[in-house]
Design a protein around this ligand. Structure first.
Ligand code: ASP
Length: 349
């Protein structure tokens, strides 16, 4: 009888609370090295999964995350892609949704799982959530069905739930259950068994993995609020080098209809700046034209981010701008669902 193939998982340690320790003098949480982390989890040695690891020499608090580090992580995955069945990225929870979203765009034609996880309490603490998160993330990354991985996308595993990474945001800094994915169901839930929601998983690509490491950070954000003044809008839209501005709007993508405001947006579009409408609501979608307060935006060419998260909108723009595409192509791709980051709703058809 042929023996079952043992899955192989690569663990990439970038930092985060999971691997932090309290500084004896200041009481601050600071990252420690990966070997200390491994020693804290003797269970790792018991896995029926071949586990390899790569650790950042200088682990970081994820609030220090930068696009160049996303490129580093994507390159590690590319270099080791053929040797492993799955990847687990240990990462701080603060910007984990940004990293997961960025990686989802950077890793085109993925056919293997890339599971990000971390914890709210350091691994050395008795009540840590880090052990369960890490152990189950490795199990998910190393689960094969007929020799093939079940999951073929960039995900976040946290507190018993597996989510599509580019649908998540961190919503709670105090609870173990730190992430939400309001516009897309969980991909799996871990209880006694790991129950996969097969209908919601992306299909593995049969094409060769293509890794995009060039990102362009010339973007700005304009968050609307009643009383936002002309000088601020002018400053944001005219930020030197800016190529795209995310406008964080109200409700279903609505904004003030003040003439000065709409004129500023029109002028920005004329200068070739891409304007992307993302709602401040955490659930639901932008529907430009549903209210009078969004009709002018639609007419002048503001692009609807539909139900994309802010994190996805930021990283999708960095990714598309990094490709040196024409504004028309950027617009086309922004409106297109590239990696499961947006829903195709009836009013879009
Ligand atoms: N500040 C930490 C980080 O994001 C928080 C965490 O890991 O949960 O790196």
């Amino acid at each position: 009888m042929p023996t079952k193939k043992q899955a192989s998982v690569l663990l990439i340690y970038t930092g985060g609370t999971i691997g932090m320790m309290q500084d004896a003098r200041s009481g601050e949480l600071k990252p420690f090295d990966f070997n200390t982390l491994k020693n804290q989890i003797p269970e790792l040695a018991k896995f029926d999964i071949e586990l390899s690891s790569i650790a950042f020499e200088q682990p970081i608090d994820s609030s220090n995350m930068q696009p160049k580090v996303w490129s580093q992580i994507a390159t590690i995955i590319e270099t080791h892609y053929h040797k492993h069945d799955g990847f687990v990225v240990l990462h701080g929870s603060d910007t984990m949704s940004y990293t997961a979203s960025a990686l989802s765009f950077m890793l085109e034609n993925l056919a293997k799982p890339v599971v990000l996880t971390g914890s709210q309490l350091p691994i050395g603490m008795i009540r840590t959530d880090g052990k369960e998160n890490l152990i189950t993330a490795i199990e998910i990354a190393g689960t094969l069905k007929k020799g093939k991985p079940i999951v073929a996308e960039v995900c976040i595993y946290f507190e018993y739930k597996l989510y599509r990474g580019n649908r998540t945001f961190k919503y709670n800094s105090a609870h173990f259950d730190a992430f939400k994915s309001p516009n897309y169901p969980a991909l799996a839930e871990a209880g006694v068994d790991i129950q996969y929601n097969f209908t919601y998983l992306l299909k593995p690509s049969s094409k060769r993995l293509k890794v995009h490491t060039v990102l362009n950070d010339n973007i700005a954000v304009l968050r609307l609020f009643p009383g936002l003044n002309e000088a601020t809008v002018n400053a944001v839209l005219n930020t030197p080098q800016v190529r795209a501005v995310i406008i964080e709007t109200f409700g279903a993508g609505n904004a003030t209809t003040e003439v000065w405001f709409l004129n500023q947006l029109r002028q920005a579009i004329k200068r070739g700046v891409v304007l992307l409408n993302v709602t401040q609501c955490l659930e639901g979608s932008v529907i430009q034209g549903m209210y009078e307060t969004s009709t002018a935006l639609k007419k002048m060419g503001v692009i609807s981010a539909k139900d994309m998260t802010f994190e996805s909108a930021v990283t999708k723009l960095m990714f598309l701008l990094g490709q040196n595409q024409t504004p028309a192509n950027i617009k086309k791709n922004l409106e297109k669902n590239l990696r499961g980051e947006m829903s195709v709703l009836p009013h879009d058809l």
